[in-house]
Write a new protein. Structure first.
Length: 296
């Protein structure tokens, strides 16, 4: 199966942490990229931020200036979904909520051409459920990137019950073309990585609540002795507690309340407080100009 043609339009819906990363990778791989976000200025901010990333990469000698200029030119913020009409692939990276995703794809289906592939970057919601209700559920597939997108090679290509094999194969080939290492997965709660990772977060949160050790100590143990690239608390801060908590809730609900996946009350309080991690400046650590500081 062939990857999407270079120069074809990739729409990215949601200009947050993930949408930015996906847009950066797609533009670097030769696609025209259109970013839409419901939050005013978010799409334009995303384009600016990606332009700065390109400039930094050029400054560090990790990207050719001759590639960075055209890649930046291929990025455009749009103010309405209607402007995504020419997309060959539309990747959704909005809030982790089934109804919001369903509404978005139902609207998109009325705008894009019949051949446009609809992809969701959901971390945990059933791809089958997101596609249900579409006129053509067979063209919807999961394209699950990991944070930070430009650095993380894995992409889970997730098929729901209705997903067309050729659609999944095209997305797989496209991910490879974008320099990623894709893997096919069936739509089951949490897919592969987020399913396996739930106990990593859950047990770390339980240890913290039981005062076994503080977050920096637990992180250091898992990172320096356990061989993980990041400890559980710094990783949750990177992912965002809102996103991470939603994923746990979604996996818990999908397994009919199985206690193994019970969400953490502590993490719920973090979300209630707006302590979402890096993106809000505070999670288990504080983020400012200096290195992250543990919250006392
Ligand atoms: P984020 O909160 O940084 O960004 C989400 C963006 O979507 C915001 O800018 C928001 O204004 C926009 N948005 C919300 N509803 C919208 C709508 N109806 N139409 C257009 N834009 C809308 O979230 P993040 O971290 O980028 O996550 C987005 C998606 O990616 C979620 O489904 C999440 O589960 C998934 N994901 C997140 C990962 C992470 O580590 N944060 C990893 C892999 C997947």
């Amino acid at each position: 199966m062939r990857a999407l043609a270079k120069g074809s339009v990739v729409a990215v819906i949601g200009g947050g942490a993930m949408g930015r990363g996906i847009a950066q990778v797609a533009a670097s791989s030769g696609h025209e990229v259109r970013i839409f976000d419901t939050r005013p200025d978010a799409a334009a901010d995303a384009v600016d931020a990606i332009g700065k990333v390109f400039a930094t990469l050029v400054g560090k000698g990790r990207m050719d200036a001759a590639q960075a200029g055209p890649a930046r030119e291929r990025l455009r913020a749009v103010a309405s979904l209607a402007e995504l009409k020419d997309a060959a692939l539309a990747v959704e990276a909005i809030v982790e909520n089934l109804e919001a995703k369903r509404r978005l794809f139902a609207e998109l289906e009325g705008i894009v051409d019949a051949g446009c592939i609809l992809a969701t970057n959901t971390s945990s919601i059933s791809v089958t459920a997101i596609a249900a209700g579409l006129r053509h559920p067979e063209r919807l597939v999961g394209m699950h990137f990991f944070n930070p997108v430009p650095l993380m090679a894995l992409v889970e290509v997730v098929s729901g019950l209705a997903t067309d094999r050729e659609v999944a194969a095209t997305v797989y080939a496209t991910a490879q073309d974008w320099g990623k290492d894709p893997v096919h997965a069936k739509s089951s709660p949490g897919f592969i990585v987020n399913r396996v990772a739930r106990p990593f977060y859950a047990e770390a949160l339980r240890l913290l609540q039981e005062n076994a050790a503080d977050a920096p100590t637990l992180d250091a143990v898992m990172r320096d002795c356990g061989g993980f690239r990041m400890g559980p608390f710094e990783l949750m801060d990177l992912i965002g507690h809102d996103v991470n908590f939603s994923v746990t809730q979604s996996v818990h609900a999908a397994y009919f309340g199985d206690q193994r996946f019970t969400p953490s009350v502590l993490q719920q309080e973090m979300v209630n407080a707006g302590f979402l991690g890096r993106k809000s400046g505070r999670g288990f650590y504080r983020y400012g100009e200096d290195a992250p500081q543990a919250v006392a």
